[in-house]
Write a protein that binds this ligand. Structure first.
Ligand code: ATP
Ligand code: MG
Length: 344
């Protein structure tokens, strides 16, 4: 990921310009309603407040961009996630990147399947902090780790896939592509809701895509056409690329490790390019290790030629995620989650 970002930084054609708040004014935009954990108000219903109104409880995660903390509002006791993105004030790219993430989060407000955004502020040290809905089950990547890398059962995977597809449907209908779908960017809460997070490399499509821009994203989850667009579908279709990444993320949760390489293998750029472009991701599930519905679903997501891949809308009608089994699959996901969350 770092490699990809470094390689592409000079070529990014960023279109979102938001004003940079004055460093002295460390105020966040804050929801007036003091409810815990966020799901009941729109991200636009916010008022201003100060960072000092929060206490940090613990670190929730680290990423390339910064650190995410669990924080509690000192008066209301409402709990949020605070993503502190390290922005070097001298580096306009980093600052624009964070404002782009904020712009996307605001555009996605109202989607039940995208992590809610409540406000942003500069920190006293010159970083930028984003106040987000706290997803108390963490990322699916961390959930897999907590399970000792035991694969998720199929019904639970169906619930993950269906909810992530609903999130992508909301994004794609707003002309937003995520470009970094992976288990670490799919978060879950205690009720078993799965939401899409981390729009650090997302993009609002305003015109045809700059081909230089198509490499952004974690390369392990990048589709073949992002390495070689001519061989795998011609024009780069960023919506289809999100579908590939989702298929691979679901497959990883099924296998318990990155599915295109042997367990424990180092993920370097060259090895990834070879397995993604010349391997057969859709056949990474051994015969007999999955139902025909699940295999069919993976096949639709992981077509190497982007034109043959199903769209998000088509996938939502696939029997693997069909509404008939919705209650059963959501219960399976909740059971799996509570097995891990209830452990001492
Ligand atoms: P990346 O390396 O993917 O670019 P990043 O710096 O953009 O990462 P995020 O992916 O947004 O940061 O967050 C990093 C980690 O922090 C996530 O994988 C997750 O474990 C945790 N996290 C992020 N947002 C939340 C949230 N809203 N609730 C709970 N945990 C969160
Ligand atoms: Mg991330």
């Amino acid at each position: 990921m770092a490699l990809v970002r470094e390689r592409r930084l000079p070529h990014l054609n960023l279109t979102v310009e938001l004003p940079v708040p004055a460093a002295a004014d460390c105020r966040l935009r804050f929801p007036v309603s003091p409810q815990r954990c966020s799901t009941s108000y729109a991200a636009t219903d916010d008022a201003e407040f100060r960072l000092s109104e929060f206490e940090k409880l613990r670190v929730l995660g680290h990423g390339n961009g910064g650190t995410v903390y669990e924080v509690r509002h000192r008066v209301t006791a409402a709990v949020y996630a605070l993503k502190v993105v390290h922005t070097d004030t001298a580096d306009a790219f980093l600052r624009r990147q964070v404002y782009r993430e904020v712009d996307i989060l605001r555009r996605a407000a109202g989607s039940d399947r995208v992590v809610r955004f409540h406000g942003m502020a500069p920190t006293p040290s010159g970083d930028v902090a984003l106040l987000l809905e706290h997803m108390d089950g963490g990322s699916l990547d961390a959930l897999l780790r907590r399970r000792g890398y035991r694969p998720f059962p199929e019904p639970a995977l169906a619930a993950v896939a269906r909810q992530a597809l609903l999130g992508l449907a909301d994004l794609h209908s707003r002309q937003i592509v995520h470009r970094d779908i992976k288990p670490a960017n799919l978060l879950i809460n205690a009720t078993g809701e799965v939401k899409i997070a981390d729009f650090g490399v997302g993009k609002v499509l305003r015109r045809s895509l700059d081909p230089c821009d198509s490499y952004v994203g974690t390369c392990a989850y990048m589709s073949p056409e992002r390495f070689d667009s001519e061989s795998y579908g011609g024009d780069y279709d960023p919506y289809a690329a999100d579908v590939w990444s989702l298929g691979l993320a679901v497959l990883e949760l099924h296998r318990g490790h990155f599915p295109l390489l042997p367990k424990g293998a180092r993920l370097d750029w060259a090895a990834l390019m070879v397995v993604i472009c010349f391997g057969e991701a859709a056949r990474a599930v051994p015969e007999g290790a999955a139902s025909s519905e699940f295999r069919g679903f993976l096949d639709c997501c992981l077509q190497k030629e982007s034109r043959k891949r199903w769209s998000v809308a088509e996938l939502l009608g696939h029997p693997f995620v069909a509404a008939d089994y919705r209650a059963e699959s959501e219960k399976a996901l909740q059971d799996l989650l509570h097995e891990e969350m209830d452990e001492p």
